[in-house]
Design a protein around this ligand. Sequence first.
Ligand code: UDX
Ligand code: ADP
Length: 482
Amino acid sequence: MMSKVLFQKKQTIDYKLMMNVKKIACIGAGYVGGPTMSVIAQKNPGIIVTVVDLNQARIDAWNDSDLNNLPIYEPGLADVIEEARGRNLFFSTDVEKAIDEADMIFISVNTPTKTYGKGKGQAADLKFIELCARQIASVAQSDKIIVEKSTLPVRTADALKSILDNTGNGVNFHILSNPEFLAEGTAIPDLQSPDRVLIGGENRDAIEALVGIYEAWVPRERILTTNLWSSELSKLVANAFLAQRVSSINAISELCEVTGANVDEVARAVGTDSRIGPKFLKSSVGFGGSCFQKDILNLVYIARSYNLHAVANYWEQVILLNDHQKSRFAEKIIRDMYNTVNGKRIVFLGWAFKKDTNDTRESAAIYVADHLLSEEANIIIYDPKVTAEQIYRDLDYLGTRSSEENKRLVQVVEDPYEACKDAHAIAVLTEWDEFRTYDWKLIKEQMKRPSFVFDGRSVLDSSLMESLNFTYYKIGSDVNQK
Ligand code: UDX
Ligand code: ADP
């Protein structure tokens, strides 16, 4: 029955349009565009894929012959680049040429939360998307399929279509929504073996053209097709649900600390219920990343704009709880350290928003640091993949204090043991695997006493920490209840 339906469907496909996809352009060579296009190129050696970006330095890094210098760190990415780059995968700043030549154009530019005007702090800033649309419209001389890859508010496709149709050269544009579900740190396996690929659109031939590209490696039954709006909304909802699970378990972590329960045990007990499932129940210092907060704020903004205040308030709580989790971690550090961290050496292990990425967007570490710096702590930061420039940029971006002041209070180091020498406290902000394997005995010997460890990711072995006489706290089970 299933195969019959598929067969009938295939009969009506416009193979001309499908076969016309010989060249793909992707605008935006970031965390989404770069890895996604690399895998599409790897799996479709017959299609030329050109990734373009305005940022020359970023493109140079993508083209660097030393694969250690790629602009983003993702396990497995270098191998894919090595295989496809120069064969059918290219990185360039010539945006117009790529648009002109492409049959299909992915838009993977950033859509940060607005920092000005209407919707400030909530709505997605679509200025980069609009610029892309205008550029595509002015350059295109042949029909194109436009694929929204960036996460966008529902009905952005309407705006895109209107700009393209009204400012274009009379060519046809078919708009598809194809949200990306990859998670950073696991982008390559997520892309190579996705739970599902979602394609929303109105034109069946355009949809099938994109299905054809994914079918090169994704089983057909995992490629879901919907209407445009369902696809756009599903991306926001998927992220909102995931973030909600993290906030839910984080809410319980605080309760565990006062009742003597252990949040990891609770998560295990709850997660083994097959209706609930074990994933995204890891209590932490708070979720970060470029998507969760932005997408929920977006959802809240959309709900409010339709006067659905109960809906908006419900989802807003996920963010408020996350903010609470970050600030209560900072407050805990201050409280345990005798209510003052002024001039004290506090080491941050980790700055990235999660392990296996150099991305720091919305990382909890930024906000915990800011809180402690306002109390005049000295913070020494070690992260295996994040650069010092990025860390200072993150802090300066908050605008809480001058750049000179951030430089005075914060030191970024390359050796974790050096960092921990003479420290009053260590705070674990990212769950990098290497933290587990450090010589904690040596670290303890070189720290000040009492030697505080605040484990915001529950990565360390609590019995080891206690046996070494650390004053050890981990989120969700306060072994040193005061
Ligand atoms: C997320 C979605 O997972 C992905 O599908 C979407 O395309 C983009 O947004 P990402 O932000 O890269 O991906 O990472 P994710 O693994 O979802 O983690 C987000 C944040 O939640 C991180 O700060 C992580 O440390 C935190 N987290 C995650 C927890 O604190 N506990 C968990 O159990 C899971
Ligand atoms: P994401 O996580 O969504 O991939 P990034 O910020 O990592 O976000 O990447 C988005 C990329 O899009 C940036 O490198 C930025 O320079 C690029 N970009 C934004 N607007 C344009 C544009 N109009 N043309 C080309 N590149 C653009």
